[in-house]
Design a protein around this ligand. Sequence first.
Ligand SMILES: [Zn+2]
Length: 224
Amino acid sequence: MKDKIKESYRQLIVDTGIEMLDKGITVGTWGNISARDPETDLVYISPSGMDYLSIKAKHVVVMDLNLNVIDGETEPSIEKHMHIAVFNTRKDVNAVVHTHPVYSSAFGTVEQPLPGISEDFIQIVGAEVQVARPYALPGTAELGETAVAGLGDNNAVLLPGHGALLVGTDMKMALKVSLVLEKNAQIYLYAKMLGGDIRAFKQNEIDFMQDFARNSYGKKNKGA
Ligand SMILES: [Zn+2]
């Protein structure tokens, strides 16, 4: 198995951690990141409790889909159950990001689903993001189960009293989902303050936007 390990994936985890700090997606050592190499099904995950700025490629832990550590000189993130549970359930997902965002977490705290009120959210996150229920303690296999159930076919799920879990076909997309989720939560809260009715998208509009995102968006520019 060790001969299948790719340094580029280890570096991806290092670079993504720094990008998360730069974009203000997470603070301190909180949050964790993983990527699956679809060719080998090996998972590259951030180490437990290390500052993102001190993580080097050698600290990234390589695991298989049965939670076995294949290589790594540090402990994997305590949320390994949650990351691996997603990869075992969603074959379309190759990157998982877990964050502790402010605005989206407000919805998880009151256990209220976050409806998609912006087009970008509908396109890459889902029509309505759910809260993982019931509450499960961090680092437990139970949290993995509730997170996967709450995620469904969406690309984000809210973890009550904890944070959010974002997924994507690749790391670029998972990070984009993270930013769009937080932006949508912020807009929703400001819109509520304005006091008017928040316009809900109709099902045919949701279908149109999701179909566009899947089949047309950016396709013409690929390879150009
Ligand atoms: Zn957490």
